[in-house]
Design a protein around this ligand. Structure first.
Ligand code: AMP
Length: 395
């Protein structure tokens, strides 16, 4: 992928629009986790070493085009100032007052943060007037928000389109994500194992079919495993099954057979009589789940079998939990798989919100080659689509 990166731009003395993902969890104006802010620092510093005329923009939550101060980026500005040891000039209303004038008057120790882009309906609509307002007086466009690259919004596409292609670039995080996910798509070293979990086959069908063209093993866990088992004629008790989507499972098996991909399904289960957090776990040591019980986790024999495949892989991609890992009694399988992925000596990539938090919960995130922060964007990328927010950054 011929991506324009920071090295392709000459920043000295230029005014820069920098789109970041500063969508941090906030409660009553207090930041609960500043990971996204800290991760953005290298790109900000790279640019600040060359110009201080930087306007940072981001969305936060879903205020739906209205000003809702619960979603203000002001607390993020305070944290940014601490981390950068600089003054952050917070620009509230850039629709009536063009912020490029503020950029022109900044002291060397200052930078600009714009209020939540999604306070304006023009952001998600990619409205031309809104884009023009954001692009006014700007020389360079940098996008480091991989998590929103699958959305054609004003700040991810429209503003970029108003500048010449040679004035746009991806930031360091965006570059890293594209490299890591691109290596899974384009030249994964065999054996390549894909681990898919989570709620529904129908949600993940496109990414599964795309990766089936590239992988050697497909490991299935989570609720979607019971749709596969049911299709194969096994008893699944009262487990969640997408009974009307058996066609998808059939397509997956047909494609796997044509490409000689081995599909692995659970051989034992952690079950319960009801879908409740305080339900008592009952381990079923065989493939068939008795009537009246539902599968909420993979069992120890499955963990063992999956672990063997994972250990022998040179490339692993994991998305989606192996069970209802939010509930302690049913988290074991997901935690064990997180550890197995971390122990694999090949290249390992984890993507999608739940598997990322599972890797963190198991304390192994730092032993994984790449932990993708862009949930939906990562999956769309792996479907083989060219994301609109990346397309505008190509040479
Ligand atoms: P997804 O967003 O598609 O990756 O799905 C994640 C969700 O699937 C999590 O909230 C899990 O609790 C849920 N899930 C995983 N396994 C099961 C299961 N066996 N039964 C019901 N829900 C499950």
């Amino acid at each position: 992928m011929n991506l324009r990166t920071l090295q392709d731009l000459d920043f000295v003395g230029k005014k820069v629009f920098l789109r970041l993902d500063l969508n941090v969890p906030l409660k009553n104006g207090v930041i609960k986790d500043d990971t996204r802010i800290r991760e953005a620092i290298p790109t900000i510093k790279y640019i600040l070493e060359r110009t201080n005329k930087v306007a940072i923009a981001s969305h936060l939550g879903r205020p739906d085009g209205e000003v809702d101060l619960n979603y203000s980026l002001e607390p993020v500005g305070v944290r940014l100032a601490e981390l950068l040891q600089r003054d952050v000039v917070f620009v509230n209303d850039y629709m009536t007052e063009p912020y490029d004038q503020v950029l022109g008057q900044l002291d060397p120790q200052q930078l600009v943060l714009l209020e939540n882009l999604r306070f304006n309906a023009g952001e998600t609509k990619n409205d031309l007037d809104f884009c023009r307002q954001l692009a006014r007086g700007i020389d360079l466009y940098v996008n480091d928000a991989f998590g929103t690259a699958h959305r054609a919004h004003a700040s991810t596409v429209g503003v970029a389109d108003l500048l010449d292609p040679n004035r746009r670039a991806a930031g360091l995080l965006m570059e890293k994500e594209i490299q890591a996910l691109g290596s899974i798509l384009n030249h994964p070293e065999a054996p390549f194992t894909v681990i898919m979990g989570g709620a529904k086959v129908s949600d993940k069908i496109a990414v599964i079919l795309s990766l089936l063209n590239r992988c050697n093993h497909l490991i299935i866990g989570g609720a979607m495993a019971y749709t596969f088992l049911k299709y194969k004629g096994h008893a699944v008790g009262s487990s969640k099954v997408e009974a009307d989507r058996m066609d998808l499972v059939e397509t997956i098996f047909r494609n796997a057979e044509a490409r000689r991909v081995q599909i692995h399904l659970p051989i034992d289960h952690g079950c319960a009589a009801a879908f409740k957090e305080d339900a008592v776990r009952e381990d079923i040591a065989e493939r068939a789940i008795p009537a009246g019980l539902m599968g909420l986790d993979i069992g120890p024999k499955t963990v063992e079998a999956y672990g063997r495949v994972i250990r022998n892989s040179r490339t692993v991609f994991w998305n989606g939990p192996m069970g209802v890992f939010e509930w302690k009694a049913f988290a074991q399988g997901t935690m064990d798989i997180a550890r197995a992925v971390a122990a694999c000596e090949g290249r390992t990539v984890v993507g999608g919100g739940d598997s990322v938090s599972a890797a963190n919960q198991a304390g192994v995130a730092d032993k994984i080659s790449h932990v993708s922060t862009g949930g939906g964007a990562a999956l769309e990328f792996l479907e083989g689509r060219v994301l609109p927010g990346i397309k505008v950054l190509l040479k």
